[in-house]
Design a protein around this ligand. Structure first.
Ligand SMILES: Cc1cc2nc3c(=O)[nH]c(=O)nc-3n(C[C@H](O)[C@H](O)[C@H](O)COP(=O)(O)OP(=O)(O)OC[C@H]3O[C@@H](n4cnc5c(N)ncnc54)[C@H](O)[C@@H]3O)c2cc1C
Length: 803
């Protein structure tokens, strides 16, 4: 037993061992791992061991690629066989839509640097001889995928960590976690207490209960996952792994036989009421009834399975999360980190995940954009086990399904609604969901005013309505009213608030009372950590408004930098509804409702005032995310319905329409307004992202300033492209090619109904961002011509905004 360690990792599965290995490899050797039983006695020992790399974003894929890089060499490094077999993988398209999905994935892979090729059904069959090629449209081959022996790999990581000085304590159960002043101080075990600065909860399916020891909710659900192993029939061991998503199944070779697993439509939750304290090195009873439909589907792809003898049906619990991605990062308790919820990708992801976590702990930030995995993406609604469960259940049951862009999840809805929700329903709103909020995508009642001939080609036109264009054009011609009540709002107050925000923000925000400032908050590497507006409400009071999904994340970033109690941060999202009235007629609509002088001279752009709109007290903020004159009106929630009704009544004679988020998306693209998380991430600098206008380098010290200065002129920039075919729209991550070579990747795009163009944004080398440069964009296997354009495409002089 030891008395102290800088970091204590809880859990001796693949996750915990990889984090320990990487901490030690990166130089932190005063680290320990505690495991209540033996190493690899949790979910890890019964894993099927498939390692696939391609995910839907660069950073997730990069993490998987880092795993493979490690697995290739680890065995030699620590002199222990890991069972790594780089046999490649095949993913079949057994329907036209799956073939289109493969074409899309092949394009991503090209930009991620993965050697993925599309091959014919016959070629796939020759590589995996037992499969039937019936109904196969084609396949994707990724030669650097493979499989590994999960237990051996875990032991090799443990050995590598030990060789560098890390301590591993098995048969040591964590019974309590000591937290003082919201900072972790020690872990208590049945063998004694270990004082520490950091704790990493890598407890697999037990991570939820371990989290509760520190007062932290880890939203994951254990699900029973199954695969069968067949008796050897002489099949080659070096066949690639095989996935057939349309049949929900996967295969790999195993000692001359096959492993056959899959994702059932009827997932089986396990252990929600508590997991036995001795559930180690144990499996669940095989559930043949649940597995039978999968096995039948597997037979239809690999006919010889009908005659095969099944040696065993492995049924083991695995931690799944409400959005199907890992849960990584520091929790709300300082020093208490989580690395769990690997959703049946823990073996594939562990090598890269361990490195990401170790870098994040040591450097204070991850080297990749980890937003999709960041534990701060979940809101307080995930404290509910029931809500977490229904959301996770849907993710599992639809794991292999093709999701068209604009796909909306259904489970657990509606949860959070705007006070004007009933009005939206009456208007035929097509609702989307973000962070539990019901938000209007468009109003079907506006569809008849739209133009069906603008429906985009292919996937982009699937979940679409002519109403989107109608709402967009109404906003440009007259006005549109948008419900943005879901915006996250944070109040930063206190005598130290102004100085505190100046240190965090790249723009000058401690301006006159009433000033509104658009700013980024940078990390020490100069990457954009948050992108938001700050309104000074009083000398000692600031209102931050950020995206619906970012409140938790941005709030955590801001709180993390608090140094004393001269500053307080409060999330006031639910206190205020927000309606945005935008368009050239916005002033004509609003002025009769308020005594406040709305003229440009009296109420300038980027300023805010307390006003009454009829009987409703509002904070009116003159900003825009669509490039039109207008105001965001924030009122206490209890007044919101009245405000909505007043604005609708006042707007209709002026040709105003209610509008949804899909119209906003199209409007903002024409104006080149960036979206954090896609156009701008934690690894992009504001200068690369075209946001240099919001950085005040000479205002004095702020976080990230030194890094920006050291970086000098950017070598890549976010550029605006217009595609030659207006109906061909990008969906994200498509390759942007120059003379046939992929040199960039689409961050976001769509149709601009005013400029009548298909727009795409992508980071490109600076030598290619000159307007007029000819490029092409890979869309579903086709190269569509594109040209770099000066931005913004709409109203470049900003005259509509500043009138
Ligand atoms: C049937 C099945 C097939 C799978 N197939 C694949 C696959 O093909 N590819 C893939 O990538 N992934 C696959 N997975 C997923 C993979 O196995 C898991 O993601 C991974 O093993 C999880 O590792 P972990 O370290 O998070 O958890 P675990 O391996 O469960 O480790 C957690 C450890 O924490 C310990 N612990 C718990 N509480 C305490 C405490 N209080 N004190 C100390 N220690 C504690 C436990 O004893 C346990 O050993 C599969 C999973 C299943 C169930």
């Amino acid at each position: 037993m030891i008395e102290r360690a800088r970091v204590v990792v809880i859990g001796g599965g693949i996750g915990g061992c990889s984090i320990l290995y990487w901490l030690a490899r990166l130089g932190w050797t005063d680290v320990a791992l505690v495991e209540r039983s033996e190493l690899t006695s949790g979910s890890t020992f019964h894993s099927a061991g498939l390692v696939g790399q391609l995910r839907n974003s660069l950073s997730l894929t990069q993490m998987m690629m880092n795993s493979v890089d490690l697995y290739r060499t680890l065995g030699d490094e620590v002199e222990l066989e890991t069972g790594w077999r780089e046999v490649g993988s095949l993913r079949l398209a057994s329907s036209q839509e799956h073939m289109e999905e493969l074409e899309r994935q092949a394009a991503w892979a090209e930009t991620f640097g993965l050697p993925l090729h599309l091959i014919s059904a016959d070629e796939a069959q020759s590589m995996f001889p037992p499969m039937s090629s019936d109904g196969v449209f084609g396949a994707a081959l990724l030669p650097s995928d493979g499989y590994v022996d999960p237990s051996q790999l875990t032991l090799a990581l443990a050995r590598g960590a030990r060789q560098r000085g890390a301590t591993i304590l098995t048969n040591t159960r964590v019974t309590a976690i000591r937290v003082e002043n919201n900072r972790v101080r020690a872990v208590e075990t049945d063998q004694g207490t270990i004082e520490c600065e950091y704790v990493v909860n890598a407890g697999g399916i037990y991570a939820h209960e371990i989290g509760l020891l520190a007062g932290v909710h880890v939203p994951l659900v254990p699900m029973a996952h199954q695969y069968a192993i067949t008796k050897p029939t002489g099949l080659a061991r070096d066949m690639p792994t095989l996935r057939d998503p349309a049949r929900l199944v996967y295969f790999r070779a195993e000692s001359g036989g096959l492993v056959v697993g899959g994702y059932e439509r009827n997932p089986s939750v396990w252990g929600l009421g508590g997991i036995a304290s001795d559930f180690n090195s144990r499996l669940l009873e095989p559930d043949w009834d649940r597995f039978a439909p999968l096995y039948e589907a597997a037979i239809s792809r690999v006919p010889e399975l009908a005659e095969a003898e099944i040696v065993t049906l492995i049924n083991g619990p695995e931690a799944f999360t409400p959005d199907g991605e890992f849960i990584l990062g520091e929790s709300t308790v300082a020093g208490f980190w989580v690395a769990a919820g690997f959703c049946a990708h823990g073996i594939a992801g562990a090598g890269g995940m361990g490195r990401l976590m170790a870098e994040w702990i040591i450097d204070g930030q991850p080297s990749l954009d980890a937003w999709a995995l960041d534990s701060r993406r979940f809101g307080p609604q995930y404290r509910s086990r029931d809500y977490t469960l229904v959301r996770t259940d849907e993710i599992y049951a639809t794991y292999y399904d093709v999701k068209y862009p604009g796909h909306e999840r259904q489970a657990g809805r509606p949860l959070k609604v705007s006070p004007a929700n009933a009005r939206h329903r009456d208007l035929g709103a097509a609702f989307g969901e973000k962070s539990g909020w019901e938000r209007v995508n468009w109003y079907e009642s506006n569809a008849s005013a739209g133009d069906e001939s603008t429906r985009p080609d292919g996937w982009a036109g699937m979940l679409w309505s002519p109403a989107i264009g109608a709402e967009h054009l109404a906003c440009r011609a007259n006005a549109a009213l948008f419900d943005e009540s879901s915006f996250a709002k944070l109040d930063v107050t206190g005598s130290g608030a102004a100085a505190f925000l100046e240190r965090l923000c790249a723009n000058g925000v401690a301006r006159r009372v009433g000033a509104v400032t658009y700013t980024q908050l940078l990390n020490p590497r100069g990457g954009v950590e948050c992108d938001l507006t700050v309104t000074r409400l009083a000398e000692d009071r600031f209102r931050i408004v950020t995206g619906t999904a970012f409140g938790n994340h941005d709030g955590a970033w801001i709180r993390q930098h608090l140094e004393d109690d001269s500053v307080a941060v409060e999330d006031v999202t639910s206190k205020y509804a927000c309606f945005a009235l935008w368009g050239p007629r916005a002033r004509d609509i609003l002025q009769p409702l308020t005594e406040c002088d709305l003229s440009h001279e009296a109420f300038g752009y980027m300023s805010a005032k307390e006003v009454n709109v009829g009987a409703v007290p509002c904070l009116a903020v003159r900003v825009t995310f669509v490039g039109e004159l207008g105001w965001e009106l924030y009122c206490p929630s209890e007044y919101a319905l009245r405000l909505w009704d007043s604005l609708m009544a006042a707007g209709q004679p002026h040709g105003m329409m209610p509008g949804g988020y899909r119209a906003i998306e199209s409007l903002r693209l024409e104006k080149g307004y960036r979206v954090w998380g896609s156009d701008v991430t934690t690894t992009d600098s504001p200068f690369e992202a075209g946001l240099g206008f919001a950085v005040k380098m000479n205002k004095g010290e702020f976080i990230g300033r030194d890094a920006l200065e050291a970086a000098g002129e950017p070598t890549r920039r976010l550029a605006c492209l217009v595609l030659d075919e207006p109906r061909s729209l990008v969906l994200g991550s498509e390759p942007v090619r120059h003379e046939g070579r992929a040199l960039g990747r689409v961050t976001s795009g769509g149709f601009g109904y005013s400029v009548e163009s298909s727009i795409a944004y992508a980071y490109l080398p600076v030598e290619l961002v000159e307007p007029g440069t000819r490029l092409s964009v890979g869309i579903f296997g086709r190269d569509v011509g594109a040209e770099v354009r000066a931005e913004p495409l709409f109203d470049p002089g900003n005259e509509k905004v500043r009138t």
